[in-house]
Design a protein around this ligand. Structure first.
Ligand code: 5GP
Length: 208
């Protein structure tokens, strides 16, 4: 039976290191596809169109919402962020595990639409380390950093909605841990309904 792809939602506070983690995960194993979101936020230095995000104007984002071209979208610190539908559907069909790196409102919407999605929450070792990482990035103003830390405090309230927590201390260990969790998630009964039905059918022969 062909291995089916699963949707993996990865959330975590801004500055938790999700971006680096995801890049390393996709680079290390070939079963992953990373979804590229659409946003109205301005590109940071070093970010390129179509790689980190599709950077669009507010009108274009709102048109995409109307056309039902997004699986989910949310407003985060004054900007829109959303997941384009087409890429995700195509990659899942190909059997890839598709990673959505999105914030919590979007994560909950995805879980509703796709009950077998796996929800992972990435945490830094401490809040102090989070602040240090955000400041060290050097790409955000102190006001934006403050906003993002406030938002982190709100997001922390929703962590229990996730299936697993991953602490991002050492990058390589964290990547391996995530891959392990995803590999194990493939084997749960809820994600193997077809296999279970087939086995039940085959067993019917012996039941009579
Ligand atoms: P950043 O501006 O730091 O790139 O992203 C801000 C937040 O938006 C992060 O928590 C990130 O995971 C989230 N985000 C990125 N893309 C999407 C998306 O398509 N949908 C939702 N709901 N959140 C997203």
């Amino acid at each position: 039976m062909k291995r089916k792809g699963i949707l993996i939602v990865v959330s975590g506070f801004s500055g938790a290191g999700k971006g680096t983690l995801m890049k390393q995960l996709v680079h290390s194993y070939d079963n992953y596809a990373l979804s590229v979101s659409m946003t109205t936020r301005k590109p940071r230095p070093g970010e390129t169109e179509g790689k980190e995000y599709f950077f669009v104007k507010k009108e274009d984002f709102e048109r995409k919402i109307k056309e039902e071209g997004l699986i989910e979208y949310a407003s985060y610190c004054d900007n829109y962020y959303g997941t384009p539908k087409e890429y995700v559907e195509k990659q899942l069909e190909k059997g890839k595990d598709v990673i959505l790196e999105i914030e919590i409102q979007g994560a909950l919407k995805v879980k509703k639409q796709f009950p077998t999605a796996l929800l992972l929450f990435v945490m830094p070792p401490s809040a102090e380390e989070l602040k240090k990482r955000l400041e060290g990035r050097g790409t955000e103003t102190p006001e934006v950093i403050e906003k993002r830390l406030k938002r982190a405090a709100q997001e922390a309230e929703g962590i229990e909605n996730y299936d697993f927590i991953v602490i991002n201390d050492k990058l390589d260990e964290c990547v391996q841990e995530m891959h392990g969790l995803i590999t194990a998630a493939h084997e749960t009964p809820a994600r193997n309904q077809e296999l279970i039905s087939k086995m039940r059918k085959e067993l019917e022969v012996f039941a009579n």
